[in-house]
Structure formats: C-alpha cells, structure tokens
Design a protein around this ligand. Structure first.
Ligand code: ADP
Length: 308
C-alpha cells in the first residue's frame, strides 16, 4: 500500500503539497481527485521518488521508493505516455526495461498481450503510434514488473470509448487480484464508474478520504422525482407540508425535503395516484462541482479570481 504522512512539497513560495496524509489500500481502485493545480501530479511524483519532499514522507509497501530493491517489481506507473523514444519500437522499449530490472524477456510478450498491442505493431517504431496505442504501451511498461502497486496519472487521456472501457475493466481486475491501484482523472463520470474509494485534495490539502458511495451520499443533495396524473393536486399537497417542489426537466416534480416513502404515504392518505416515485442521488460530477464552488480549500488561484 501507499502511505503518505504529513507529505509536503514547496516550490519556492508556492506550497504544492501541504501536510498531506493518506493511505491507499490494496484490493480496490482509489481515485485521486482535485482541480488543476491541486497537487495531484506532484504527489504522484513524490511517491515515485521523481521529486523529493520538503517535509513528511511517503512509502510504498513500507519503503521509500529509492529504498526499493527492484522498483519496477514493486510499483508500476504511468505519468506521461509520451515518454517513449519515437525511434524505438514498443517491443525494444519494453525489452530494455525488462533487461535493466532483471525481468525475463518473455514478460514483454505477456504484457503486450495483456494491453492488446499486436506483435507486428509492437515491432514497429513507436513514433507512428496513435495516442491510444501510446497509452497502451505506457500501461504495458507499468505492468512489466508485475507490481503490487500501480500509479496512473490520467490514464484515459485521449482514448476513445472502447479504450476507456478497456482501462476501466483492467483497473478493476488488477484491484480484484489484490493490487493497489491509484489513479487520477479529470473525467468524473469515468471516475465514478471505476473507483471504489476517493482521495480528494484542494490546494495541496486533503479534503476527503472516503468511499465513492460515502463521498456522493454525504455531499449530495438527495431529492425525489415524482409523477402523478393529478400534478397540481400533488404539488399543492406537497407544498402544504413544507416541501420544495420544482418542475423537473422530464416534466415530473422534483421534490426537496420529504423522502420517497413519506411522499408515497402522503399520496396514499389523500387518495392520490402516483405513476412514478424515484429517489435521486447526485452524480460524482454534480457533487464535485458543488463542492468546488463552495469550498475555499478547493479553489485554485485562477478560480478564485474568476469568482470575484
Ligand atoms: P495537479 O496535478 O493537481 O494539476 P500539480 O501537482 O501539477 O497539480 O501542481 C501543483 C502546484 O505546484 C501548481 O501550482 C503548480 O504550478 C506547482 N508546481 C508543480 N510542479 C512545479 C515545479 N516543478 N516548479 C514549480 N511549481 C510547480
């Protein structure tokens, strides 16, 4: 697992990561969320020893990255998919990684197969690769050491629908094998489908470390969608109990206040027919947007300027 304790990174006057403590556990996909400039990439670079902390510490499986005997066997990462030299073939890139980390060469064919890169493509120059193929190659490199921990920054960037679905299933299956999967994405709908747990930061600080479900339920404003063949009577009845009733985009009533059971019982008590009664939860995107508008911690300097 990944453990950060009071992790801090300053660049001159700017504190990019500010006393951040969290644990990323195995067996589930953990999403890393925060607006641009919140410190996600910096945190990932600190975990991978690509930058040194100004304070605090971060460990992978109990060790600092630089103390791992064979790092690629412990942690696989994808930070920048353009990191492959264009003149080399995907196959040689992976074979080079394997050789320098004492990983058998047959693992190259295994990971190429795993990420769906055909052998003929892998033997060609990486320069001709599409963004999607580059991303698959980056993931193959992350998996080459069969690591327990995976760290991926925006892995679905530039992928088409099929590629996005493929990454989602791959992340879930790696987590189901008991691995630790930590990934960032700015695509909220995708994150909602992929991650079981969330770590949310704003301006380098921890805002939430909780399950996806809890994050949405705690921060969302639940409401109920209700439809009746006597809409005006229903509305008057609901408003008489103090509920807020608005017209929903689909033509039903959107009710804030009483829950679905209370509304159903109320209608029954007044002999009113109900044709639909649905409890609605906000999506991750709605919760995230609402939170980022209300929380100062959340805002980047630019957003604050824009809000003024
Ligand atoms: P995110 O990945 O969440 O978009 P980053 O980790 O890239 O955020 O950046 C966090 C903050 O640190 C930003 O304000 C960014 O400008 C600053 N920052 C990141 N890397 C450097 C660097 N090498 N030098 C100076 N400032 C940096």
């Amino acid at each position: 697992m990944i453990e950060a304790t009071e992790l801090t990174k300053r660049y001159g006057e700017r504190t990019a990561v500010d006393r951040l403590s969290f644990t990323v556990r195995p067996g589930r996909v953990t999403g890393f969320l925060g607006p641009n400039g919140a410190g996600k990439s910096t945190t990932m670079r600190l975990i991978l020893g690509l930058d040194s902390a100004s304070g605090g510490r971060v460990t992978v499986g109990g060790k600092a990255y630089r103390d791992l005997p064979v790092p690629l066997r412990a942690v696989g990462s994808l930070l920048d998919a353009k990191g492959v030299h264009g003149g080399r073939s995907a196959y040689h890139h992976l074979a080079g990684l394997a050789a320098s980390n004492g990983i058998p060469r047959r693992r190259v064919d295994e990971v190429l197969d795993l990420v769906g890169l055909p052998a003929a493509t892998a033997r060609g120059r990486a320069k001709g690769f599409s963004l999607g193929m580059g991303q698959r190659l980056g993931i193959a490199a992350a998996l080459i050491g069969d690591p327990e921990v995976l760290i991926l920054d925006e892995p679905v960037n530039g992928l088409d629908t099929e590629g996005i679905r493929w990454i989602r299933e791959l992340m879930k299956s790696l987590a189901a094998e008991g691995r630790t999967v930590f990934l960032s994405s700015h695509l909220m709908s995708e994150m909602e489908l992929t991650a079981d747990h969330l770590i949310v930061i704003g301006r380098g600080r921890l805002i939430a470390d909780t399950t996806m479900r809890d994050f949405i339920e705690t921060n969302s404003r639940a409401h109920t969608l209700v439809r009746s063949p006597e809409p005006d009577r229903l509305r008057a009845l609901l408003e008489s109990t103090g509920a807020q009733v608005r017209l929903d985009a689909t033509g039903g009533w959107r009710v804030d206040g009483p829950d679905a059971a209370t509304i159903g019982n109320l209608a029954r008590d007044h002999g009113l027919a109900i044709h639909e009664l649905t409890s609605m939860h906000s999506s991750l995107e709605e919760v995230y947007t609402a939170l980022s508008q209300s929380s100062v911690e959340y805002r980047t300097e630019n957003q604050k300027e824009a809000a003024r």
